[in-house]
Structure formats: structure tokens, C-alpha cells
Write a protein that binds this ligand. Structure first.
Ligand code: NAD
Length: 381
């Protein structure tokens, strides 16, 4: 099959869905690879690097869409991109079908097949294709780097001839994939790191990474907030109050807050309120990774960095993976390559879109003119 990556057209998006390395792997599966000229430039891959890896460079996006059987992308397709597709072609990208119903209708009408990387079931076998996790991991790392960039002090404590420097104190709220990456980065930079999550089962992971789990003195803590499937559910008002009271206690002493708390299918819970920001010392930094879903901090302005009257910097960027485009393109294209691996069972360049396979079925949101979202629950864990 012919697989091609167009240039991302979403403003500021620097990632690319196909890297020269992943193209080499795809060719081993019997596929031919294509890329739109300049598609990898912002991620550090020029046309010559693709050509060296045996990838054919095509001048324009319409020509690429016409040439290939599989279009691989990062951002959800635009209507214009969908119009370029027809029956027999497949597009693989993030899509968020639950939030993009009108776009899903257009996808159906095109007659092409659509695989959403955000719909890959989170089962063990599919971890290699779990682009949500690979991008969350980068976001968590980058959030700490961004915090450090806006913070006027060291993370680690030091005693030098010039004097004694106390270590920075970092609080990570939410210890899913992004939160754990933030905790690992923060502790490795030498900060005293605290972390909180409504799922008490993550306490051990937090502590194994050298951070301190913030326990609540709350009788329902062990049951509240955790639900089947490993995801959080909204907390009871009483639990939330206990959580906010704990955060108010910590706020004057914490230098950096990284918030990552999300509940599937809902707006992000507001956990760091205006009064907590006001209690923080000047020079403190908040990085709100939940900004795209409204933000965990009451004062976050999505996509922007602001400084409050009391000198607290609040970063609400929503494009952290794109800010590390080389790393994220490498990991994302690897997720895509693994998806293509499963779609090419005989490694002979022939795709079998097996709708009996839990992972392929789960991620397929439109197939041959039909909407196939939401999928049935996976049979295997
Ligand atoms: P997420 O992005 O949905 O949420 C981030 C974190 O915020 C979660 O840990 C959640 O518990 C926490 N949170 C929600 N409300 C909160 C509140 N009020 N206060 C503090 N924290 C709050 O999470 P995620 O990174 O997608 O991971 C969620 C789960 O999925 C984890 O158990 C993870 O191990 C699991 N997971 C499994 C796989 C796999 O099996 N392939 C892959 C990735 C993640």
C-alpha cells in the first residue's frame, strides 16, 4: 500500500506523522511511503532525510491525497482534507469523534475509512499504539521544563560559597500518564515533589518515583474518586472540599504547581482556585495541562501565559507535544507504524482491515460509508 503524510495545516502544529525512521520500518512491511514536501521540517526532518530513507516527496497536499491509499496525520482532518478522500482510502489521525460529530458525518459521507488514534483501546496489547499516552508523557515532561523556564530559581537545593539555596517545592495534581512524567522530571531535577490524585492506588507509583503522596484526612478517600477502568470520576462535594482545604494549606509554601487532573468526558475539575493563587509567593509558577478542557486552575487562560498581580505565572499552553516536535513526531509515528503493523498481518504490503480485531475495530470510527463509533466494548483486557 502507499502511505503518505501531508504537512499539518493546524496553525503552529510542528509535528509530522511519518518520520524517515518509521518510513524505513513501514517499507519492511511491504509498503511504499510518501510525504508532502516540507511536512517534517518543523520537526527536524527535511525532504532530503526522507528521500534518503526511500520516501517519495510530493509537492502538494492534493497530489499526495490522490496518490496514496493511507493518509497519516497528527491533527484531526479538516473538511477540505476529508473532501480529498474517497472509497478505498484510509485516514489515520487524532479525531476525537465524541467531540467532532459534524466532522464524523463528513467522514462517513466521503466513503473512506477513518482510524482515530485517540480511540485505540487502552488494553495491554495496544500500548505500543497508545498515542494519547505517548503525547501525555511528553506534555508532563515539557510542563516541568516550561515551569523551570519561568521560575527564577534552581530546582535543586545547593550549598555553595555564595550561600545556601533551598530546593524548589513542586506539587503535581493528577498522577495519570502526564502527571507521572511530570513527577519523574521534577524529582530528577532535584525539587521536593508532592503529588495528589483521587485514585489512591497511584500513591505507590508516586512514592516509587521519589515524590510524596499528599494524603487527605478524609474517611471516604479510599473509595471516592476511583472507578473501574482506572479512570477518575467526579468527587463528592465533601471530598472536593477536603481536597481544596489541603491545597489551601500547601499553597503558600509551594513554588510550582503542575495540574493534570482530568475526568473522561467532562470539563476539567477546578482544583486550584483564585484564592490559592493569591496565597502563592511572587515568582511561583503554575502550568495547567488541563487548559484545553477549561483548566484545573481558576485563572488559567487557555493557550496563553499570564502573570497575576501578585507575580504568579500561569501557563495555559495547549500544545506541549508540538513544542517538542522531534520527540513527539518520533513517538507518534512509531504509534502509527505499530497500527500499520497490525493492519498488515502478513508483512506483504497488503492491508487487512480486520473489524474482528478489538484494537482495529475500537479505533475505526468510520468504515466504507458507515459510522462505526462508538465501538462495542473490547473482548480482551
Ligand atoms: P487522565 O488524563 O484521564 O487524568 C489524569 C489524572 O487526573 C488521573 O490520574 C485522574 O485520576 C486524575 N484526577 C481526576 N480528578 C482529579 C482530582 N479531582 N484531583 C486529583 N486528580 C484527579 O489520566 P490518564 O493519564 O489517561 O490515565 C488514567 C488511567 O488510565 C490510569 O490508571 C492509567 O494507568 C491508565 N492507562 C492505561 C493504559 C493502558 O493500559 N494501555 C494506558 C494509559 C493509561
Amino acid at each position: 500500500m502507499k502511505i503518505g503524510a501531508p504537512k499539518e495545516i493546524f496553525e503552529g502544529e510542528a509535528r509530522v506523522a511519518l518520520t524517515p525512521d518509521s518510513a524505513l520500518q513501514l517499507q519492511k512491511l511491504g509498503h511504499e511511503c510518501y510525504v508532502e514536501s516540507g511536512a517534517g521540517l518543523l520537526a527536524g526532518f527535511d525532504d532530503a532525510a526522507y528521500e534518503k530513507a526511500g520516501v517519495k516527496v510530493i509537492k502538494t497536499a492534493p497530489a499526495l491525497f490522490k496518490e496514496v491509499d493511507f493518509v497519516v496525520k497528527v491533527r484531526p482532518p479538516t473538511e477540505t482534507e476529508i473532501k480529498r478522500l474517497g472509497a478505498g482510502q484510509t485516514l489515520i489521525s487524532f479525531f476525537y469523534p465524541g467531540q467532532n460529530e459534524a466532522l464524523l458525518e463528513k467522514a462517513k459521507a466521503s466513503g473512506a475509512n477513518f482510524i482515530a488514534m485517540d480511540m485505540v483501546p487502552r488494553i495491554s496489547r495496544a500500548q505500543k499504539m497508545d498515542a494519547l499516552s505517548s503525547m501525555a508523557n511528553i506534555a508532563g515532561y515539557r510542563a516541568v521544563i516550561e515551569a523551570g523556564n519561568n521560575f527564577g530559581r534552581f530546582f535543586t537545593g545547593q550549598v555553595t560559597a555564595a550561600g545556601k539555596v533551598p530546593p524548589a517545592k513542586v506539587l503535581v495534581v493528577g498522577a495519570g500518564v502526564a502527571g507521572l512524567a511530570a513527577i519523574g522530571t521534577s524529582t530528577s531535577l532535584g525539587a521536593i515533589t508532592y503529588a495528589f490524585d483521587v485514585r489512591p492506588e497511584v500513591a505507590e507509583q508516586i512514592e516509587s518515583m521519589g515524590a510524596e503522596f499528599v494524603y487527605l484526612d478524609f474517611k471516604e478517600e479510599l473509595t471516592d474518586g476511583a472507578e473501574t477502568g482506572g479512570y477518575a470520576k467526579p468527587s463528592s462535594p465533601e471530598f472536593r472540599e477536603a481536597q481544596l482545604a489541603k491545597f489551601r494549606e500547601l499553597a503558600p509554601d509551594i513554588d510550582i504547581v503542575i495540574t493534570t487532573a482530568l475526568i473522561p468526558g467532562r470539563d476539567a475539575p477546578v482544583l486550584w482556585t483564585k484564592d490559592m493563587v493569591e496565597m502563592m509567593k511572587p515568582g511561583s509558577v503554575i502550568v495547567d495541562l488541563a487548559a484545553e478542557r477549561g483548566g484545573n486552575c481558576e485563572l488559567t487562560v487557555p493557550e496563553q501565559k499570564i502573570v497575576t498581580d501578585n507575580g504568579v505565572t500561569i501557563v495555559g499552553y495547549t500544545d506541549f507535544p508540538s513544542r517538542m516536535a522531534t520527540q513527539s513526531s518520533n513517538l507518534y509515528s512509531s504509534n502509527i507504524r505499530h497500527m500499520m503493523f497490525d493492519l498488515t498481518p502478513n508483512k506483504d504490503g497488503v492491508v487487512e482491515h480486520n473489524m474482528e480485531d478489538d484494537v482495529i475495530r475500537g479505533a475505526t470510527i468510520a468504515y466504507a460509508g458507515e459510522i462505526t463509533f462508538p465501538p462495542p466494548p473490547p473482548k480482551i483486557k
